[in-house]
Design a protein around this ligand. Structure first.
Ligand code: FE
Length: 201
């Protein structure tokens, strides 16, 4: 079980949860259910999940109407197609902004978030303030992030749960018709995937 110690992080106290996970991990290694390289691969992949995955999905959808259709109808299949690993018991649903509808994502209960795709949620997403205000006064919240949809745009707030996780497909910014896909990726921010803001333009 020498591998066990590779995960100890110097100078950090181990929480009871971490200690329990380490004990389970040690047992799985001992029983030969997992190998040390498999554990390392999983950790690397978890750490690599980031909003960049969401940005890639969005940029591809902007470039390719058929991919957009797939993304909106079966987001996990779309993610798989781009080499991501969206496996998670929860549904993963992508909601599309249009000139008439702006979508905003929240988890009013806790911090449900499409982690399998985007990694860990930002701290503000988990805050009581965001969770309570996003539903009550979504426009005021967006204003604080530096964006507000025009008055005639309907704002739809999606409440994530243990069963359903959402991501926003934002509108492609004007004047980006000549941009390449890899340039478009750079425009898509994490905040625009949650809907508190729009992509860079
Ligand atoms: Fe939650």
């Amino acid at each position: 079980m020498s591998g066990h110690h590779q995960h100890e992080r110097a100078g950090r106290t181990t929480s009871p949860y971490a200690a329990r996970i380490r004990a389970i991990e040690a047992l799985l290694l001992e029983k030969g259910v997992l190998t040390e390289p498999e554990v390392q691969d999983s950790i690397s992949y978890m750490e690599a999940r980031s909003p960049a995955n969401g940005a890639k999905l969005v940029a591809r959808a902007w470039m390719d109407g058929r991919f957009e259709e797939l993304l909106l109808s079966d987001a996990k299949a779309a993610a798989l197609q781009l080499g991501m690993e969206p496996e998670h018991p929860a549904e993963f649903i992508v909601v599309k902004n249009t000139p008439g509808v702006h979508n905003l994502i929240v988890c009013t209960l806790c911090s449900c978030y499409p982690r399998a795709i985007l990694g860990r949620p930002p701290d503000w997403y988990k805050s009581f303030e965001y969770r309570s205000r996003a539903v009550r006064e979504p426009r005021a919240v967006m204003r604080e992030f530096g964006f507000e949809p025009p008055e005639d745009v309907e704002v739809i707030v999606h409440d994530s749960t243990a069963d359903v996780r959402y991501m926003v497909l934002p509108l492609r910014p004007l004047g980006t018709e000549d941009m390449r896909e890899d340039e478009l990726v750079e425009l898509v921010t994490r905040d625009s995937l949650v809907g508190v803001n729009v992509p860079r333009s």
